[in-house]
Design a protein around this ligand. Sequence first.
Ligand SMILES: Cc1ncc(COP(=O)(O)O)c(C=O)c1O
Length: 481
Amino acid sequence: MEPAARGQQPTRPAGLGLLVLLCSSLLLNAVFIAHHLFLPARLGDEDGGSCGLSWALQAAREAEATAAIECSGHGQVFLDGVAGEDGRPGCECNTCFGGPDCSVRKPNCTADADSGNPLFLEPYWRRHAAAGAVVVSGWHRMSYTATDDGKFQSLELENQIRQLHRAVGNAVVDDKHVVFGAGSMQLINALVYALSPDANAAAPPSRVVSAVPYYGSYKTQTAMFDGREYKWGGPTAVWANASRNSTNGFIEFVTAPNNPDTELREPVLRGSAAVFDRAYYWPHFTPIPEPADEDVMMFTISKPSGHAGSRLGWALIRDEKVAKRAYEYVQNSIMGASRDTQLRMLRIVKAMLASLHGEEDIFAFGHDVMRTRWRRLNAVVSQSRRFSLQNISPQYCTYFKRVREPSPAYAWVKCEREDEDCHEVLLKAKIITRTGTVFEASKQYTRVSLLKANDDFDALIERFTDLVNAEKYDTPGLSSI
Ligand SMILES: Cc1ncc(COP(=O)(O)O)c(C=O)c1O
């Protein structure tokens, strides 16, 4: 055996060498292919490699370089920011921060809790930068129209929005027409117009109404476009008795959950035409007991994804004629929502859909942030006898399939002393809020937005804590604020 084995020895290293050579070559090829296929994020290394991209490369480089500029976690740089001396946009700092890189904290800064700016979701999209990114070519949908038959709406975006509603379970979409607008702000008047009698009809003009406290834009929008067909009719309470026999001629805005007090509202004038504003009917703000199925509903991308700046809203409308009139309104007003916006929102809605029920679920993220904020504010306000918040109980949510803690978009703050103007009281304590009178409620109430950036919320908690502490110790100078 041995000699024979010895005799074979010279051939062994050669075979082994060949095998090693073959394996290393295969391995090198695999690494080379994987590098090119799976690492597209490394756009253009020092050698100027373009990973097969041509016209998109420069824009991608610019977008990534801008996003990489650090603003100390308290600001952002945007591609369209004002250019500095170096020709590049600089940091735009959050309120209460300043300096070239936003690292300087302004002491005792005023907390701004006025607007419903949904920046609480910005960290989510930073974390999912790739999923939310869009490349737009210079020739993307230059036409006035978006479809072969001359429509202004992207069919694919419409499909994805329908899918999002089905997956979240917050609206019945199968028997509804979808009409896009430049934010749901534009749809307020589009729907009032669509539900009103024709200008030359014999019918009296519609009265547009809403129950107090209501979202102020129903009044301002309706008053602004006041025409023969409709006019602002004020709070529902004025008509509740008068209209017991006849509720014809009313268009009631029913906001569910309501802005400002976050209640899930029902119509007051039963039998009137109702527009259900469902801006906040998403599981990060409210439990979803069942899919909404009203004849006319209004939604917006601003609150579920946070992209308020993109200005996209949509109406879900059962009746074809009403949908046609709403579509005509948007057509005559702006010839359809911007195609650039529709493309970007297509990407965003797809990313949201892909995240659902996974570890990075956007609604789980949003609920977590909002519930924590509500808990923190409650903890402070519960120490006070001067201020109170609306009561909200935990409730079962069909989306999360469990009882969920409250996580409202707004706190509806009440000053318990009857004669107090709550907005003014808070303003003196360096907290900017939206007074109850904007919602046609008493000045004893004011709305505090919980939707803004983390820095805004932190400032709000600081100022509120100071205020409640001053009350506790009843410091003579401070007790009057
Ligand atoms: C109840 C309600 N409806 C409609 C809107 C308008 O939303 P957008 O125009 O951003 O779609 C808002 C905005 O805050 C709102 O709170």
